[in-house]
Design a protein around this ligand. Structure first.
Ligand code: NDP
Length: 452
């Protein structure tokens, strides 16, 4: 086989831009990974010869489909659904479904690309995928959500399967939506198979799946702090988001003796200088999962708290920050403010919440910074364990799963240190560590398969 001409990073990114016009989030995600991988593979000719990075940055397939449903007024609504299957070199495709008006093909391609590295980092045999729709569940009745989910699955079922592709939840897709979709899959196929994760405990779900992403992001934070002889106890913490990941991150921070002073949603953020204790957290979980209300209501309910409309919480002074809402919610000015205010560690519960310039600010300041693909991998890891339980037709106890989650997060931390340490001091470049550790396993499997 002919040895390929080496392109440089700028040429490579220019090619990605040319092949994916207007897909800014996807190009951003590839750029973030490629800048680390280029250095690593410089002297490793096989990866160049077999065009491994170029191949990982081209999804195996992108399926796009129409989703029609009827609203409560009898009007016919038409949405677009997607499943992006990025890479299945090390296991069946795996990644969440997102229902949000901001969903585009670019967003899902970025998420599926990231998922490939994240799943590899967990050490479990899972490939990378992502899917979803521009459907907005907010303000819809349960019946409308059900009809949408059924229609979505009526097409999706052709592309997924317990050994093929196993979707899970993400923004706008929680236990309710997974239940409706699983019910429809079962009805169409007449199979009770582990084709979705995040299922209810009554029908094949796993203990701690709901908590796993938020808890995992805090376990990763804890590992980073322990690596430099510090801990979460007594720290002031800023969290964005108020969904699944944010609320469980908060719960774990409280258990470890930290004090969380903010949460947010797409309307703005609340600041509670007294800290959001477990009672207040229970109120928030009810607000968000049962009442489906806005975070602004927190400040009306709890004296001493304030609501900041249209703002994000990064201006609030803190020791630790956990962005747990969405992509590109923490920009370089926010990163500069966090560092100036004394923040010592950032652990990303969300996917790509910090933009490229913000990441550079954290790296230059040499604070502890964990990218989402490492820090929020606990969710997909427990999804992987849900798959194992479904295959074996068994259910593991909560305590066993808790210790497996902790073990997996420690394992990811260790892999990041292995590939991201080595500046001659204790500083670990967790971005580089996660990118390279995630890449190597997928790349070596691809080499084993030859050109396919
Ligand atoms: P949820 O839908 O439960 O919560 C999302 C939260 O983020 C809500 O508070 C939502 O506010 C807020 N949000 C969403 N979009 C925006 C926006 N454009 N601007 C500001 N706030 C926004 O989702 P999850 O908690 O499950 O997911 C949060 C993040 O974590 C995502 O990046 C997701 O990809 C990532 N993640 C989730 C995993 C999981 O297991 N659930 C696994 C790994 C990563 P509002 O209600 O107003 O929209």
């Amino acid at each position: 086989m002919a040895v390929s001409d080496h392109v440089n990073l700028a040429q490579f990114i220019a090619g990605v831009e040319r092949r994916n016009p207007g897909q800014t989030e996807f190009v951003q995600a590839v750029h973030e990974v490629a800048q680390d991988i280029f250095g690593y593979i410089e002297d490793k000719e096989k990866y160049h010869e077999y065009q491994i990075l170029r191949r990982i940055a081209e999804p195996d397939r992108v399926v796009s489909f129409r989703v029609c449903w009827e609203d409560d007024n009898g009007s016919i609504r038409v949405q677009r659904g997607w499943r992006v299957q990025n890479n299945n070199a090390i296991g069946p495709y795996k990644g969440g479904l997102r229902f949000h008006p901001s969903v585009t093909e670019s967003v899902l391609k970025f998420l599926a690309f990231e998922q490939t590295f994240k799943n590899s980092l967990t050490g479990l045999p899972m490939g990378g995928a992502k899917g979803g729709s521009n459907f907005n569940p907010k303000g819809k009745s349960d019946h409308e959500v059900m009809r949408f989910c059924q229609s979505f699955m009526t097409e999706l079922y052709r592309h997924v399967g317990d050994d093929v592709d196993i979707p899970a939840g993400d923004i706008g897709v929680g236990a309710r939506e997974i239940g409706y979709m699983f019910g429809q899959y079962k009805r169409i196929t007449n199979r009770f198979a582990g084709v979705l994760t995040g299922k209810g405990l009554e029908y094949g779900g796993s203990q701690i799946r709901t908590e796993a992403t938020g808890y995992g992001a805090v376990y990763f934070l804890q590992s980073m702090l322990e690596h430099v002889g510090d801990s979460v106890a007594g720290k002031r913490v800023v969290i964005s988001g108020s969904g699944n990941v944010a609320t469980h991150a908060l719960e774990k921070i409280n258990q470890l003796g930290g004090k969380v002073v903010t949460l947010s949603d797409s309307g703005g953020f609340i600041y509670d200088p007294d800290g959001i204790n477990d009672d207040k957290l229970a109120w928030i979980k009810h607000l968000k999962t049962v009442k489906r209300g806005r975070i602004a209501e927190y400040a009306e309910h709890f004296g001493g708290a304030t609501y900041h409309h249209g703002e994000r919480p990064w201006g609030v002074a803190c020791d630790l920050a956990l962005p747990c809402a969405t992509q590109n919610e923490l920009l370089s000015d926010d990163a500069t403010t966090l560092v100036a205010n004394g923040c010592i560690a950032v652990s990303e519960g969300a996917n790509m919440p910090t933009d490229l310039a913000g990441v550079q600010v954290f790296k230059r300041a040499k604070i502890l910074y964990a990218p989402g693909k490492a820090a929020n991998a606990g969710g997909v890891a427990v999804s992987g364990l849900e798959m194992s339980q479904n295959s074996a037709k068994i259910s593991w106890q909560e305590a066993e799963l808790q210790s497996l989650l902790i073990e997996i997060m420690h394992g990811i931390h260790a892999r990041c240190v292995e590939y991201g340490g080595g500046d001659g001091d204790t500083y670990v470049d967790y971005v580089r560590g996660a990118n390279i550790a995630g890449f190597v396993k997928v790349a070596d499997a691809m080499l084993a398969y030859g050109v396919v």
